[in-house]
Write a protein that binds this ligand. Structure first.
Ligand code: ZN
Ligand code: ZN
Length: 177
């Protein structure tokens, strides 16, 4: 397969990270990942507790439209977050996405490496267009928790925020028994 970003003929099988197979370009550092393989990998990862690591600089992003190296259809661009200009390119035809070199590291620094599919959702993209960071955080929780649990938690959180003993209530909720 040819690299969609730099057109070299060097796309070859490589692990994106431990347990996640893909195809990598050893010239530009980009990688092609199957959405299905990514979902299976993401489901097996423990819930991430790590705070966001700071990225020194955003990696360069390909701005031109990419052609899927697998099926030759045009890929769609999804902006990763409201702060940066990086995009993930997704082929809606064969379910593969392209990360430019360094974008996996960017996703990790945003703590999005296991919640990446949320980026492809309409609420996420709408929030970015509106530049509404708070709304984006909400959209992400909604995606991760599912609509029903999110709604329940939200009602409870609003109530909790009005309680004078909020911290004691949180301590109580964190108890195992
Ligand atoms: Zn390349
Ligand atoms: Zn494709």
């Amino acid at each position: 397969m040819d690299c969609p970003a730099c057109q070299s003929r060097s796309l070859s099988p490589a692990k994106v990270t431990s347990g996640l197979p893909g195809f990598a370009c050893n010239r530009c550092g980009g990688s092609l990942i199957e959405l299905l393989a990514y979902r299976m990998w993401a489901e097996q990862q423990p819930a991430s507790q790590t705070p966001r690591a700071e990225m020194s600089a955003a990696p360069p992003d390909t701005t031109k439209a990419l052609v899927c190296p697998k099926c030759s259809k045009l890929m769609a661009k999804y902006r990763i977050d409201a702060q940066g200009e990086n995009h993930i390119d997704l082929c809606g035809n064969c379910g593969r996405f392209w990360l430019d070199g360094g974008e996996w590291g960017l996703l990790e620094s945003l703590n999005l490496q296991t919640g990446m599919t949320a980026i492809f959702n309409a609420p996420w993209q709408a929030s970015i267009r509106k530049g509404d960071a708070q709304h984006l955080v909400e959209a992400r929780f909604q995606q991760e928790l599912g609509a029903e649990a999110y709604q329940q938690a939200r009602v409870f959180r609003d109530w909790l925020n009005k309680q004078p003993d909020k911290q004691r209530l949180l301590d109580y909720l964190a108890r195992d028994d």
